[in-house]
Design a protein around this ligand. Structure first.
Ligand SMILES: [Ca+2]
Length: 505
């Protein structure tokens, strides 16, 4: 054999080796990697069908829950849109990624914390793996209703997406009477207001438009050019997709249709009992009615019925997406996730809205439905999980565990989906507010909350969720809970330290 032919053999061997290497290493996009449909709702607490006993309230979310795992103790990391969403998408606690307020300009954590400029968001990670990634409406922060009325991208991370679509919805400028429900608060976006629209106008509402665009993307991704034909316009034609769709209801203003409102007569709304004991720190009660909104009883009831009608409208849009992936035969290869950015109070503790640290403000709906084997677990998972767990979960489920960024702070839930168990079960969930100054921790049967950086005079709360699920009896000064208080203080300090880990790349 001449030197030349020996070289050819070596090159051929090398090519074969490289080919085999590529075969094993590179994902086979057309078959192996599942698509991801990530659906956000905004300001939605657990007032959806699977979590509460209201018949046919959210049939589409009920259906999704029946096809997957419903997490009954899922907690956000910050009960406010921007910080929570940046946390979910970065897979990092707010104190680590630096997003501790709402920011209406693009950049998110990469702008706030330059050390993270190369850390891909959850969507960006899949984009790096070759996925086609798309955003429809609010995924990172977007002001509602103002940002939507202007059609702006808000605090988006543009590097996450191959395609992004901002809905320009009419919101408060919709053709109808906007009824102010909170006389002390006139700022739309922070106040309570509602609009009941004729059903014929539903097509022009923000979430309906978002679903339209998402459906169009799904159809585009599902359709193949005719055999032998080429289509140079399609981006990554054979890639799986990561499609994130952000619905803005039930965020205020509470706009919905007559047929949705018809299910929730105002007078039938049930207000939670107002129970506020004297030893609750003042900071916990900043969202009380008379301090901010000044609603009378009827206005409170109208707020609740309007919230429910908004949830129903949002659920209908979820249904349109689920129907589309069924019709396009995408369901068998598409992971569907539904979640909210944080919870929401509707009168518990006389508190309304978000940013508080009550159970109702920090607990969120989370449903993950993974197609594939019939052996996959379907049902409730009742242990504690955090929304930062979603990033490593999707990475795992799609076979990219080895490529996962080292700095992710969540814990994969992939084995919960596979068999309903978690080998290394998470025991604590940590949430902050007030730019990270104050925080709360759930562990076991207890919630512990601290207002301010250090333990001080009357700035703590301790609740036993078994004997007091509504968090009405603060046990901080209860001698019988002394040991539990010490345990929770220590766990809180440890969780806080972990969540503020210095991250450098
Ligand atoms: Ca929100």
């Amino acid at each position: 054999m001449s030197l030349f032919s020996a070289a050819i053999v070596r090159i051929n061997s090398l090519s074969r080796y490289l080919f085999l290497l590529c075969w094993f290493i590179l994902p086979n996009f057309s078959n192996a990697q599942p698509n991801i449909l990530l659906i956000f709702s905004d300001d939605l607490n657990t007032r959806i069908g699977p979590y509460m006993d209201v018949n046919k309230h959210t049939p589409n979310l009920d259906r999704l829950a029946s096809e997957g795992v419903m997490f009954t103790r899922a907690y956000c990391q910050y009960p406010l849109c921007g910080p929570s969403r940046a946390s979910i998408m970065s897979g990092l606690y707010p104190a680590s990624n630096g997003v501790l307020v709402n920011d209406d300009k693009p950049g998110s954590y990469k702008k706030i914390n330059p050390a993270l400029k190369d850390h891909p968001s959850m969507a960006g990670f899949f984009r790096e793996q070759g996925y086609f990634t798309a955003r429809v409406s609010k995924i990172f922060h977007m002001g509602v209703p103002g940002g939507i009325e202007r059609g702006e991208p808000g605090g988006d991370d543009p590097t996450s997406w191959d395609y992004a679509f901002n809905v320009m919805g009419p919101e408060t400028l919709s053709p109808g009477k906007l009824e102010l429900l909170s006389p002390k608060s006139l700022h739309y976006g922070g106040n309570f207001a509602r609009m009941i629209l004729p059903d014929s106008l539903r097509f022009y509402q923000t979430d309906y438009i978002a679903a339209n665009q998402a459906i169009a993307i799904l159809e585009s991704r599902a359709k193949k050019p005719a055999e032998g034909a080429t289509n140079k316009k399609k981006i990554k034609p054979d890639a799986p997709f990561f499609l994130a769709v952000g619905f803005v209801r039930p965020h205020v203003p509470l706009i919905s249709t007559e047929s949705c409102f018809a299910h929730y007569p105002d007078e039938e709304s049930v207000l939670p009992p107002v129970v506020v004991s004297d030893d609750v720190p003042e900071q916990a009660l900043r969202r009380q009615n008379e301090k901010i909104w000044g609603m009378n009883e009827l206005q409170k009831k109208k707020t609740i019925s309007s919230y429910m009608a908004s949830v129903r409208f949002m659920d209908q849009q979820v249904g349109r997406l689920l129907n589309t992936i069924d019709q396009l035969d995408l369901r068998k290869n598409t992971i569907v996730i539904f979640l909210s950015d944080h919870g929401y109070n509707l009168g518990e503790h006389d508190c309304w809205s978000k940013t508080s640290l009550w159970e109702g403000t920090v607990r969120v709906p989370l449903i993950i439905s993974v197609p594939g084997t019939e052996d996959n677990y379907r049902g409730e998972f009742q242990s504690i999980v955090e929304l930062i767990d979603l990033y490593p979960t999707l990475v795992d489920l799609c076979g990219y565990s080895k490529e996962a960024p080292d700095i992710l702070q969540g814990q994969s839930l992939a084995d919960v989906i596979k068999n309903g168990e978690q080998a290394d079960k998470k025991t604590d969930a940590f949430t902050v507010t007030d730019r990270g100054e104050s925080g709360t921790l759930v562990f076991g049967d207890y919630r512990y909350t601290r207002w301010g950086a250090e333990v001080g005079e009357e700035n703590e709360e301790l609740y036993n969720h078994i004997s007091d699920p509504e968090e009405h009896k603060n046990l901080v000064n209860d001698a019988s809970a002394k040991n539990d208080l010490e345990t929770m203080r220590k766990r809180f300090d440890a969780a806080k330290e972990k969540s503020t880990k210095s991250l450098t790349q």
